[in-house]
Design a protein around this ligand. Sequence first.
Ligand SMILES: Cc1ncc(COP(=O)(O)O)c(C=O)c1O
Length: 382
Amino acid sequence: MRTTPTGRRRPFPRLEAGEAPRRLPDLETPAALVDLDRLAQNLDRMAAYTTLHGLALRPHVKTHKSPRIAAEQLRLGAAGLTCATPREAEVMSDVSDDILVAYPPVGAPRAARLMALPDSTRLAVALDSAVAVEHLTAAAREAQREVHVLIEVDVGMRRVGVSRPSEVIELARLVRDRDPLRYAGIAFYPGHIRQHVSEQDGAVARLTSDLAALIAALDRAECTPWTVSGGSTPAAWRMHEVARVNEVRPGTYVYNDRTTAEIGACAWTDCAFTVLATVVSTAVPGQAVIDAGSKALGREPLRGAEGEGYGALIERPDVVVTRMSEEHGILDLSRSVWKPEVGEQVRIVPNHVCVVVHLNDVMYGVRGEIVETTWEVAGRGR
Ligand SMILES: Cc1ncc(COP(=O)(O)O)c(C=O)c1O
């Protein structure tokens, strides 16, 4: 473990020899910043929670898309990684030999690409249809590759997943019939639980009883799930309460965002990711314009929380980006005494960090004003 002279953990090395250290004013904006101390705390907190409760942590890499952070998650005890896209799986196979693709493997090109992952990678896939089973079987047979399969269950989000026990049992039996596929268990994503953490009790209780009923039916049908994989960031800290869940897949927790903070799943001071921007105009009274618009901040609404706009200033959360063009973000100053000047830098916490990370090639790892390191968002794109 790398430590500073005071014993604090440093997850990333400083800039390579020869690279001149930079300060924030030296960066061209907009730029994606990661506060390295907050990142380290977020990684530690989730690792400690899952260790305490005996849950396997299989973080979803869609948030950071960076093998460097994935390697740190694995170093801290993660059992493997979760990916959504073939690109993510390819990039992450450099650092992990245990990958779950939590996305239906539908279509021969997608399935074939997954089969081309290194032979040393233990590959698992979540799916919810007989068509996906057939596509995966064809590709796995062609590649002569064992693939572990989790049946995706809908627990309330109404996105993917079968919901009736009979459908899960039918798919589990189909998988068992399709060598070299291996039925491994079930996966669910509680993405519908995004109310404030103080109001999640009812939803968590419902999830617990629905899953218990489903798993009892699977047990009776001799389709006992070895793996019960769930978890998200908004409901992360409740997963130990859900009986039989033995694996969790939070993703957003590494950086957190305005939504996560607004619903109480993290503190505002746990937001590790910001977009550094420059005030480019104050000509119109009551507002300031920054050089971060929808192409730097995304256009995601706050979900599950009250609040307007697309992001808020980390140092002044009452100042919100209320309107955007592609390259312009409008800061509403009506509730603030702050008088920004043209040329001043600001840092914005976006509503939904994952899509904003995906808009960037490079992350700048910072401590205070100093850029200590950079890394590529290697898993972005297709
Ligand atoms: C299937 C699946 N698992 C895990 C996650 C991670 O959830 P969160 O971003 O809330 O941490 C996601 C996020 O979209 C997901 O789609």
